[in-house]
Design a protein around this ligand. Structure first.
Ligand code: CTP
Length: 480
């Protein structure tokens, strides 16, 4: 097979010319070739890997000189690699190598090798495909490990013995699951067996790398499949014990609860279909995370998971810290989704009062749309009529939200009277009384007892102040 037609970009031409001048061989390899064979994209992908039979660093330096513009070049002497950033494309250069590994490290000992040695050391046959950049056979596909056949068959397997491949670099177990999920491929049985056998070795991989793979799995079209494979391989229990604890079904007096793990994966896939917001997807993955901890069987009510939304929200910082996910507003957003995930459901089951909707808008603020998407994704009944009924109820909640938003402005609610206003009016310092009055005003607005306006709030402040034994020191200023 010849793919020269897809190697028109100047970077390939430049490498090809330098390779000819210097009398060395150069190839493009890895993800670029794999994705080219899958999608045949028109635009150049962001990452290109070049392997040179010789020094990758010297090739990179020559390519930099040959490109007219100022392009940044980073040299990693220890790894024998170099990278050029040209526009938003990163071109990485490496010399063809053989690798051998020690048991306790992912860092290989390296010696020079042939192209085939270099293809052989790679993780999967579909990632070991190379295209020649040499003038005599420019664009020719070099595929000694049947990568094309495996692409056609939808198979993830390794060039070498899979046990060696995964033991050498255990991150590849997660990569394999990620590729299987993203490409909707099957992991070849003996390859999967080798993942199961080597699962404990994932412990030598840094958490950042693990979470990077988890995030990549999260961003696929059907991330649930990836988590199922993680579970079947035994990796889930090691890298995500809280999720693993959700597995299984208990029975008391002939009553079962649903398998919360499988339900969660269904919710995640439903949500992924609606949104590619990574953190909303995390919200879906974690929305029921406290169910194992809160599970009780109550003779009168059957299986219950009381307060799992609150306890779940409390578990989020610990999980994010361990997974080295950001401990910033992204985490707070996930916490909020977990904590509020039952609210629209409760609303949709009851007669929807204005004040309940107003409170939901107030509590969810700008994340209300995302919360509604999560709740809709959370409907996983097998009964189509039940699903339709729930979705219709959510539609009623959505309409009510629009109606209330038009009447009151409670989203991003700023109380019409601030703490400062209260202190000034009664001539008091910051104190408990200020908090009590402020809260009473907020509650009255959310309950619809008073409108979200200054005058009504001012009158309520006076009444509340009076009941706390406070007297007005400063009359309100006109136009306040
Ligand atoms: N590779 C490997 N083992 C790893 C990581 C990478 O053998 N643990 C090899 C594979 O041949 C891979 C190439 O290095 O194709 C480039 O790695 P990377 O850029 O991380 O992955 P891609 O395959 O390009 O895929 P993606 O960009 O989608 O992650």
């Amino acid at each position: 097979m010849n793919l020269a037609g897809h190697l028109k970009h100047s970077v390939f031409q430049i490498i090809s010319s330098i390779a000819k001048e210097e009398g060395i061989e150069a190839y493009v390899i890895g993800g670029f070739v794999r994705d080219l064979l899958i999608d045949k994209p028109d635009s150049l992908p962001k990452d290109i890997d070049i392997v040179v039979i010789g020094s990758g660093i010297e090739m990179a330096e020559k390519v930099k000189r040959a490109i007219d513009e100022e392009v940044p070049l980073a040299i990693f002497k220890n790894f024998g690699t170099a990278m050029i950033k040209w526009g938003d494309t990163e071109v990485e250069f490496v010399g063809a190598r053989r690798e051998s590994y020690r048991r306790d490290s992912r860092k290989p000992m390296v010696e020079n090798g042939t192209l085939e040695d270099d293809q052989n050391r790679r993780d999967f046959t579909i990632n070991a495909l190379a295209l020649s950049l040499n003038k005599q056979n420019y664009g020719d596909l070099l595929d000694p490990f049947d990568g094309v056949k495996h692409l056609e068959e939808g198979l993830i397997t390794t060039p070498r013995n899979p046990g060696t491949t995964f033991s050498d670099d255990p991150l590849r177990m997660l990569r394999g699951i990620r590729f299987a999920t993203r490409l909707e491929f099957t992991i070849e049985p003996s390859t999967f067996e080798a993942i199961i056998a080597n699962r404990e070795r994932i412990r030598i991989v840094s958490q950042e790398r693990i979470s990077d793979e988890l995030n990549k799995i999260m961003m696929t079209l059907q991330p649930g499949r990836g988590f199922l494979l993680l579970d079947q391989s035994g990796l889930l229990e090691i890298v995500f014990p809280e999720l693993h604890a959700m597995k299984g079904v208990d029975e008391v007096n002939g009553q079962f609860h649903k398998d919360n793990f499988l339900h969660t994966l269904e919710v995640l896939d439903n949500l992924a279909y609606r949104s590619d917001n990574l953190w909303l997807r995390w919200g879906a993955l974690l929305h029921d995370i406290a169910k194992p901890r809160t599970k009780r069987f109550e003779p009168d009510n059957g299986w219950t998971f009381h307060a799992h939304e609150f306890i779940g929200a409390k578990m989020i910082p610990g999980i994010f810290r361990r997974l080295k996910l950001p401990l910033n507003e992204k985490m707070k957003y996930v916490q909020k989704l977990v904590q509020l995930h039952l609210r629209p459901i409760v609303l949709s089951q009851e007669i929807v009062t204005d004040s309940a909707v107003r409170r939901l808008i107030f509590d969810a603020g700008e994340d209300l749309e995302d919360l509604m998407s999560l709740c809709e994704a959370d409907i996983t009944s097998k009964n189509e009529r039940t699903v339709k009924r729930h979705l219709k109820n959510f539609q009623i909640v959505r309409e009510k939200i629009i109606e209330i938003e038009e009447k009151d402005s409670v989203r991003n609610f700023q109380p019409p009277i601030s703490g400062d206003d209260i202190q000034r009016a009664f001539g008091i310092p910051p104190s408990r009384s200020v908090g009590i009055i402020k809260n009473a005003i907020k509650e009255a607005i959310l309950d619809g007892e008073i409108p979200n306006e200054f005058e009504a709030a001012y009158q309520l402040m006076l009444k509340q102040g009076e009941s706390l034994g406070l007297t007005v020191q400063n009359e309100k200023e006109k136009g306040d």
